[in-house]
Design a protein around this ligand. Structure first.
Ligand SMILES: [Zn+2]
Ligand SMILES: [Zn+2]
Length: 218
């Protein structure tokens, strides 16, 4: 298999198109990867050929040097692509499917995933709960600003567009399905609260904002 052109974060203010290894259904060492993740097989995953991707505002934090992003981290967590290879354990996603990839990586089987808190999945990042593609402190998963990317737990993570031709007609809009649209919707839902509360009553605890942030901001 030939190389894979990808956009890597080099240093503050500098990104570079590099040729990296073509993805395989196994986790490899790289910038930000915890050694405990190296060598994990991902027969539950797929290889996607990227069709479209966004440059996220939160990616700007890394590019502009406001984080501790390691040099060489391949960026991109907003991915839309066509499946070109499936692992042995993938049941519902097929080669040729056009899919949107949620930016949070989740196993779909841990306690947090079962409760719907996929942004803090317990099984994808040995450093702490939660993970994302191409993001600082998120496990070092290779990002989708690339020709191809590996997506784990594909039956759980991928959203297949039911009508490929129809989806391609609106692909630039649908690209925002992986992060911007759901993040905005979640923000709006979670920010809704009464304008005032009766005297003497307790404040409703604020819930966590949606992921697309990092604790490494300076
Ligand atoms: Zn984003
Ligand atoms: Zn999980």
């Amino acid at each position: 298999m030939t190389g894979n052109r990808a956009v890597a974060c080099i240093e503050p203010g500098k990104v570079e198109v590099q040729t990296i290894d073509h993805p395989e259904l196994v986790l490899k060492d790289g910038p930000g990867v915890n050694p405990a993740n190296v060598g994990r097989t991902c027969e539950h995953g797929v290889i996607l050929e990227v069709v479209s991707t966004d440059i996220c505002g939160s990616g700007q934090h890394m590019v502009r040097g406001r984080t501790t992003a390691p040099a060489g981290l391949v960026l991109g967590h907003e991915i839309t692509g066509e499946v070109v290879e499936t692992g042995r354990e993938v049941e519902f996603i097929k080669v040729g499917d056009l899919c949107s990839v949620p930016f949070t990586i989740a196993c779909g089987r841990c306690r947090m995933c079962e409760e719907g808190h996929t942004g803090v999945c317990l099984n994808v990042n040995p450093d702490r709960p939660g993970s994302a593609y191409g993001y600082v402190d998120m496990g070092g998963w290779v990002g989708g600003q690339a020709e191809c990317v590996m997506v784990p737990y594909a039956d759980w993570n991928l959203l297949k567009f039911p009508d490929r031709d129809q989806a391609m007609e609106k692909i630039r809009d649908l690209t925002m399905r992986s992060d911007i649209f759901p993040a905005c919707r979640t923000s709006a839902r979670r920010s809704t609260r009464p304008a005032s509360r009766p005297a003497g009553t307790a404040r409703t605890p604020r819930r966590r904002p949606p992921r697309c942030s990092t604790r490494s901001w300076r």
